[in-house]
Write a protein that binds this ligand. Structure first.
Ligand code: HEC
Length: 204
């Protein structure tokens, strides 16, 4: 660009130059318009996509890992087994119990000699010591302090409401509220032993 620009010499040159400039800005406008338009389209697409594909809250999580919330005031949820386990076991199904054990399988193995995971292996747990052994599983202080054995009854209470039965337990599981499902599960656990544990009879 020399010193004699279109500003200094109004002429055809200037007109042409202006024309060119106008063209330039026209082109520029078109480009800007295209970019803006693209942005708008992108925004609109994004917006609709969010509206269409908005993640819906999962209705049922894969396994009930959430800890049940205690109602305000600290009142304990009455998740204590309503029916005696002896009675519930009379109609329990080992097959259904095995299916129900999938809820525990994220943390527990069930087969003999199975590894400890988040929770201990559960082979032969019925009538075994609470919070002991299990191939050196590192139990919480709360579980170690509970003492006693996993009788059908204790297990029933624990599975119904782990945190309520053993406050401070490391088992982050909400519990199984359905009586029959718990009974199925316990009947299944009873088969997992070198000598399957006979189910208790109703008369007690
Ligand atoms: C989120 C992981 C998790 C899930 C799911 C889970 N558990 Fe546990 N479980 C644990 C942990 C961790 C412990 C050890 C608790 C402690 O030390 O306080 C445990 C301990 C236990 C014990 C005590 C074992 C012993 O030798 O004292 C039993 C019985 C048990 N779980 C049964 C079950 C059953 C049955 C289910 C399914 C209905 C289940 N758990 C689901 C993590 C889990």
């Amino acid at each position: 660009m020399g010193a004699s620009g279109p500003w200094e010499r109004p002429s055809n040159d200037l007109k042409r130059a202006w024309g060119l400039r106008n063209m330039d800005s026209f082109e520029l406008n078109k480009i800007m318009g295209a970019i803006l338009g693209t942005c708008l389209v992108l925004m609109a697409t994004n917006f609709t996509a969010q509206a269409v594909f908005a993640p819906k809250p999962v209705e049922k999580p894969g396994y009930d890992i959430a800890v049940k919330e205690e109602p305000a005031g600290g009142a304990k949820v009455a998740a204590v087994a309503s029916e005696p386990i002896e009675k519930l076991l009379q109609t329990a199904s080992v097959e259904k119990g095995q299916a129900a054990s999938k809820k525990c399988a994220s943390c527990h193995t069930f087969e003999k000699g199975g590894p400890n995971r988040v929770g201990p292996n559960l082979y032969g747990v019925i009538n075994d010591h609470v919070g002991q052994g299990r191939n050196g599983f590192n139990f919480s202080a709360a579980m170690k302090a509970k003492g006693g054995n996993w009788s059908f009854e204790e297990l029933n209470k624990f599975i119904a409401n782990p945190k309520g039965t053993v406050p401070g337990t490391a088992m982050g599981f909400a519990g199984i509220q359905k009586d029959s499902e718990r009974a199925d599960l316990i009947a299944y656990l009873a088969t997992l032993a070198d000598t399957p544990v006979p189910l208790p009879t109703a008369a007690k």
